[in-house]
Design a protein. Structure first.
Length: 211
């Protein structure tokens, strides 16, 4: 369940949640397919995590959760279920602290509208939580969300490192006509996109407070 852990939540319980809510082998194979590239021998070479610098990184901006959040989402990294149709998007990246160090076991809870701009309140379509791997990486296999009145296209996400505060924010798509009219839109929450109409790879690195 994706109830976000308060500061008093014990490290033992948090790490137990990580170990039971993820499937390391399957997760690593999916991470490789998105983050990695194959060398001349066919072996997957993973992209390095961002380098640690001397200066503090800027924290990821906070945004409203809106009216569509539901607690207790299932552990799920793939939203492309049979009932979910739309243009495929793989969202990936790292969760880092302010010094640029990857945060292992960080909790991410994603939710978004389906391709028709509707949120599921009867079940958990396009909703789920996951934990970063040992290198602070996450991967969400999902679709392009649809539009609905007054909002541009976006994903919602809530994040938390063990014992750290909760960050609620949103991710946006470059080149969307509605970006300029959405009062919540922030340019520093834009995804980096590559791909085509058949499917997209989107990346974003989050920077969290850890205490």
């Amino acid at each position: 369940m994706a109830r976000f852990v308060p500061s008093a939540f014990s490290r033992r319980r948090f790490l137990s949640a990580v170990s039971t809510a993820t499937v390391p082998v399957l997760f690593l194979s999916r991470v490789r397919s998105v983050f990695g590239r194959r060398d001349e021998n066919g072996s997957v070479q993973l992209e390095p995590t961002p380098a640690v610098g001397d200066d503090d990184l800027q924290l990821t901006p906070e945004e409203t959760a809106g009216p569509f959040f539901r607690p207790d989402s299932p552990a799920k990294t793939n939203f492309r279920e049979p009932s979910v149709t739309g243009v495929p998007v793989n969202v990936s990246g790292c969760v880092l602290d302010r010094r640029g160090k990857p945060i292992a076991g960080a909790l991410l809870d994603f939710w978004h509208a389906d391709s028709d701009g509707h949120y599921d309140f009867d079940g958990y379509r396009c909703r789920g939580h996951q934990f970063t791997d040992a290198n602070g990486r996450y991967l969400l296999e999902t679709i392009m969300p649809g539009l609905y009145p007054s909002r541009t296209r976006h994903y919602h996400v809530r994040l938390q490192a063990a014992h750290g505060p909760i960050l609620t924010t949103q991710l946006y798509f470059p080149g969307e006509p509605r970006n300029s009219d959405d009062f919540l839109f922030r340019r520093n929450l834009l995804l980096t996109m590559r791909g085509a109409k058949e499917g997209w790879n989107a990346t974003f690195n989050f920077v969290l407070k850890t205490s």
